[in-house]
Write a protein that binds this ligand. Structure first.
Ligand code: CLF
Ligand code: SF4
Length: 290
């Protein structure tokens, strides 16, 4: 039985447990990605798993030792999360890793984050592996808006661009959220707030994902880079306004720390990544799937 939303509010740093000093470790086992967010520097998140990229990510078999070391250094860690650096369902490494976590560290909360393109078809696997909390990044529920945020998807080996790709992405995200929520798993939705593109669309997203079964919503400010490098990052008042709008429909999480895919510790308080991972991911500031 997975942790309930109420359990997570006490023990998961991204669902309210930050007040109890709960920590998390991110296991960066997922290399490639299957969509093309226009704000994502895909040098490290490319669909093809180039040697230079995969050599930097962790292998599922390496995770047991990493987790033992991390728990020794930071006993506050309550959550084993996988949030990239690519998409957790674009390869099977995340699910393989969660199987290991479940067997060797049954007390840890298993937290997975995905763009949701494959969530509908992989929902059964996600449920079977016993994920406790799932985050889906939904940046729009209108394909015309999503098209301004995402260039294409790679779906069953086919590249589908523009509005067509956006329609499939949104459909799969929402039906995936429904299946996961119906199984009793707590779902959080992240939205990257992009001024001038989806800032007027936040209410619609919040309402739609709540109806699909999401429990909590997190607004992540855009880090301007790649194709959207000239769009200004949202200001604090803009972020506050977006949160106020979303809150009419769904609980809002306000303590997000924009974590790296290889972050370790209590978000915003401690960071042990350098001690745990000999090779850090070659990323500066990149989008986090948290
Ligand atoms: Fe990691 Fe994300 Fe799980 Fe948290 S992060 S996979 S839900 S354990 Fe948390 Fe970090 Fe914000 Fe993410 S503070 S970026 S929301
Ligand atoms: Fe993929 Fe995430 Fe980059 Fe989007 S932001 S292209 S989902 S790695």
């Amino acid at each position: 039985m997975s942790n309930t939303y109420k359990d997570l509010q006490n023990s998961h740093p991204c669902f309210g447990g930050h007040k109890n000093n709960a920590g998390r470790i991110h296991l960066p086992v997922s290399p490639g990605c299957n969509i093309a967010c226009r704000f994502c520097d895909r040098a490290i998140n490319d669909v093809e798993e180039r040697p230079g990229v995969t050599s930097k990510v962790l292998k599922p078999a390496e995770c047991e030792e990493i987790l033992r070391k991390a728990l020794e250094i930071c006993p506050d860690i309550k959550v084993a999360g996988i949030a990239g650096p690519g998409d957790t369902l674009a390869s099977d490494y995340a699910l393989e890793t969660f199987k290991i976590v479940k067997e060797k560290f049954p007390h840890l909360i298993k937290c997975m984050s995905t763009n949701g393109l494959l969530l509908d078809e992989r929902a059964k696997d996600v449920i079977e592996v016993g994920i406790d909390s799932l985050t889906v990044t939904v940046n729009a529920v209108d394909p015309e808006i999503e098209n301004k945020l995402n260039a294409y998807i790679i779906y069953h080996g086919e590249k589908i661009e523009g509005v067509e790709g956006a329609k499939i992405l949104i459909r799969n995200q929402l039906s995936g959220i429904r299946k996961i929520a119906e199984a009793g798993i707590t779902v959080k939705v992240n939205t990257v707030l992009v001024p001038g593109i989806n800032d007027e669309h936040i209410e619609e997203i919040a309402k739609t994902v709540k109806e699909a079964g999401a429990k909590i919503y997190n607004i992540i400010p855009l880090i301007p880079q790649h194709e959207l490098k000239d769009v200004p990052a949202p200001t604090c008042p803009q972020i506050d306004e977006a949160r106020r709008k979303a809150e009419k429909y769904i609980d809002v999480f306000r303590h997000c720390q924009h974590c790296r895919a290889d972050a370790v510790g209590v978000p915003g308080k401690s960071e042990f990544g350098d001690q745990i991972y000999q090779r850090r991911l070659g990323i500066k500031e990149t989008f986090s799937h948290g």
